[in-house]
Design a protein around this ligand. Structure first.
Ligand SMILES: Cc1cc2nc3c(=O)[nH]c(=O)nc-3n(C[C@H](O)[C@H](O)[C@H](O)COP(=O)(O)O)c2cc1C
Length: 209
């Protein structure tokens, strides 16, 4: 199957059958998330990978009782930095120096970010970090499709309550979006055989030649 065929195969799975996704497939999905590009390369988020049934049971009622929370194999929680701090920015540039060696260019860029991001209000910074999580989220969705693994992207949950369950705020994180990984329940998923609904190319793209 081509990449586009796989993207057509995937859909936001509404019912999963509880089957476990093999670890090597999960590892490759997580690797795609790790490799996703982010603004300045800062990767301003963490991802919680939940298989624990007790935690899943706590999450379900604050996610509008969506059954995939329990019936998925792995539930990924994308959690963005609550703000940019000097320490977080420095850690990123220190890592870059350790991997690539120090350069004048990167040091100048470090100073530029240090002079810009930590001074901004936390909400503005969070809106920026949150956007970065969606890039990695889509990389995970695409890799899951590539692996023949179903997934459900989910914003349908109460962020504050999830932050409390996972103690994210204490770690300087705020949940943004969930990705349930698993396998479709062909018998019980009302969406499984429905056609995709997408805008026409004409309505989506404007060619400016
Ligand atoms: C950011 C985001 C949040 C979503 N939240 C939910 C959700 O909470 N529950 C759900 O069943 N589907 C959710 N969806 C699935 C969308 O409704 C679905 O992707 C869209 O209708 C397109 O259909 P398809 O993914 O099946 O092709 C979400 C999708 C995205 C991208």
């Amino acid at each position: 199957m081509s990449f586009l065929e796989k993207l057509n195969w995937r859909y936001a799975t509404k019912a999963m059958n509880g089957q476990k996704v093999p670890q090597e497939k999960v590892d490759r999905i997580l690797e795609a998330i790790r490799l996703a590009p982010t603004s300045s390369g800062l990767q301003p988020f963490e991802v919680m990978v939940i298989t624990n049934d007790e935690i899943k049971t706590k999450i379900k009622p604050i996610a509008f009782d969506q059954p995939q929370i329990i019936d998925c194999s792995h539930l990924l929680v994308f959690a963005a930095w609550d703000t940019y701090t000097e320490a977080r920015i420095n850690a990123f540039f220190d890592l870059g120096n350790a991997i690539r060696g120090k350069s004048e260019g990167s040091e100048m860029y470090r100073q530029k970010l240090l002079a810009t991001y930590p001074q901004r209000d936390a909400e503005t910074n969070f809106q920026h970090t949150a956007r970065q999580t969606y890039i990695a989220f889509m990389a995970g969705i695409a890799q899951a499709a590539f692996e023949g693994v179903d997934s459900t992207p989910m914003e349908g949950f109460e962020n504050d309550k999830l932050d409390e369950i996972l103690k994210l705020r204490e770690k300087g994180l705020r949940s943004t979006v969930l990705l349930a990984l698993g396998y479709r329940d062909n018998e019980n998923d009302w969406l499984v055989n429905l056609k995709k609904v997408r805008k026409s190319k004409e309505n989506l793209f404007t060619m400016i030649d």
